[in-house]
Ligand binder design. Structure first.
Ligand code: ATP
Length: 292
């Protein structure tokens, strides 16, 4: 990893955000899972979403991606409110991965990516059944584009392997390739390194930087603080559904409220601090230093 990953183009504060969430609130009966959360995401930016278990991160993601219609508040993507239908959201340019891997287990890696691409093809059922020239051309282009994406995420060698036989880290990368196949402007990743070993996590960082460098914006939920503070331009910390801090990694990781939200105060916190605190407080040793 080179330090170039840390250099992002200076962004004009007046530039329109790609995504604007305003006052997003989601209630489940009496429970307020997300409470008045604002977030702007600009093109080419990596934004991290952190918070203790149950803080509302996934629910907020689901509001952003149209899986849930917020009880109140608004989500604008490219200045428009999107219909709360996953297909419409994907076609508008937003793609996501899930906390629990959702691949087609009995399809090959290549076929999984091709499925993602079909939201950009136009052949109808009739053309597909008769396999007319338009269908054959789209099928060839879909296959080529999907192979390129497998190469981009480093999975060319396992292109013909069934998804269920891939190692865990490869399955996560395959999910990202499938999301990229939809040609998104914004990629949302829900715990992309969950279950990965340290080497796979470093590879995931590299991949996300590469995705950002290709012009996409990325929003990622993650519990691995080193990953978040290495990767992100800005970080939003939620606690009990409410926004606690939004700032640069340096601001967030040194904010006493964030430390308290994760490990509390008092004697128990002192003990926990010995265990996982240093990582939270210090973050990565250096922002460019994850090339091990
Ligand atoms: N569909 C649902 N119906 C009712 N309650 C829900 C639903 N989804 C989430 N919740 C509740 O909303 C709160 C926020 O959950 P959410 O999964 O968004 O948190 P999270 O920050 O993503 O947690 P984790 O880090 O553990 O994944 C929790 O109290 C959860 O039990």
């Amino acid at each position: 990893m080179t330090a170039t990953h840390q250099i992002t183009e200076p962004r004009s504060e007046s530039a329109e955000p790609l995504l604007r969430a305003t006052g997003v609130t989601m209630r489940f009966g009496g429970l307020v899972a997300v409470d008045s959360v604002d977030l702007d995401v600009h093109p080419g930016e990596i934004v991290g979403l952190i918070g203790p278990n149950g803080a509302g991160k996934t629910t907020f993601f689901n509001c952003l991606t149209g899986l849930y219609k917020p009880t109140s508040g608004q989500v604008l993507f490219n200045g428009s409110v999107l219909a709360p239908k996953p297909r419409k959201v994907v076609q508008a340019g937003m793609a996501r991965t899930f906390q629990n891997i959702r691949l087609f287990a009995n399809m090959t890696a290549l076929e999984n990516v091709m499925v993602g691409r079909y939201c950009r093809t136009t052949s109808g059922p009739f053309t597909s059944i008769i396999r007319g020239p338009k269908f054959r051309r789209e099928e060839r282009e879909t296959r080529e584009k999907s192979a390129e994406l497998l190469d981009f995420v480093g999975l060319t060698k396992v292109s013909g392997n069934l998804a269920r036989n891939l190692p865990y880290g490869d399955q996560r990368r395959l999910e990202i390739a499938r999301a990229l196949a939809t040609d998104p402007q914004l990629l949302l990743l829900d715990e992309p390194t969950a279950g990965m070993n340290p080497q796979e996590t470093r590879q995931a960082e590299e991949l996300i930087f590469k995705i950002r460098d290709s012009g996409l914006a990325v929003v990622t939920i993650e519990h691995d603080m080193r990953f978040i503070f290495t990767l992100c331009d800005r970080v939003l910390c939620l606690v009990q559904g409410r926004p606690l801090v939004l700032g640069t990694p340096a601001e967030v990781q040194s904010d006493p409220r964030v430390i308290e939200a994760y490990i509390g105060t008092g004697a128990e916190a002192e003990e926990a601090l010995q265990d996982k605190g240093p990582e939270l407080v210090k973050g990565p040793e250096s922002k460019g230093g994850h090339d091990a």
